[in-house]
Design a protein around this ligand. Structure first.
Ligand SMILES: [Fe+2]
Ligand SMILES: [Fe+2]
Length: 180
């Protein structure tokens, strides 16, 4: 019995996204290491934790491809970007990576819609929601950074922000789930 439940095009796109999530993990890992070397241990912890989340995303794609009768193909991961100049540049680069990633997720949902592949459409919705959360999570961190770095006693504020991020949640709040 043929248990293949995804098209060749979909298998290819899902595989590409699996590798892209592994790349996202590398980005967070590399920025985390940069932050650690530059004495921002809290920010490093936050970024390391997030690197693990991205690795879990990668694994979700692997499982889904295989569960639907395709095969996950492990390919080379692009090199992580060069080190940022400062925390501000680091956070803005991360936000851009997330926005770019959201656009890649949209491609999967678009193709699923075109092919009337409702299983993949539903699988993709989880990531659509996740990307809303992640973009909003990073935007919140950028807001905190902007506040901390423009106040008068800069070092003290940055120190507090760094501590804060060590225990910050990895979950963003979706606008529709927010309540007062
Ligand atoms: Fe991800
Ligand atoms: Fe992400």
């Amino acid at each position: 019995m043929n248990d293949r439940r995804i098209s060749d095009n979909m298998e290819q796109l899902l595989n590409k996204q699996m590798t892209r999530e592994a790349y996202q993990a590398q980005v967070y890992l590399s920025y985390g290491s940069w932050a650690e070397v530059n004495s921002f241990g809290g920010i490093a912890t936050f970024l390391y934790k997030h690197s693990n989340e991205e690795r879990e995303h990668m694994f979700k794609f692997l499982k889904y491809i295989n569960d639907r009768g395709g095969s996950a193909t492990i390919e080379a991961i692009a090199a992580a970007p060069v080190n940022p100049k400062n925390i501000g540049e680091c956070l803005n680069a991360i936000l851009q990576h997330e926005i770019d990633n959201s656009k890649e997720i949209d491609k999967i949902v678009n193709l699923a819609h075109e092919e009337k592949d409702w299983a993949t459409f539903s699988f993709g919705q989880w990531f659509v929601k996740e990307q809303i959360e992640e973009e909003s999570l990073i935007k919140d961190v950028i807001d905190k950074y902007n506040l901390a770095s423009t106040a008068t006693s800069q070092n003290h504020n940055l120190y507090d922000m760094d501590k804060d991020l060590a225990s910050a949640s990895q979950e963003g709040t979706l606008p529709r789930e927010e309540s007062l």
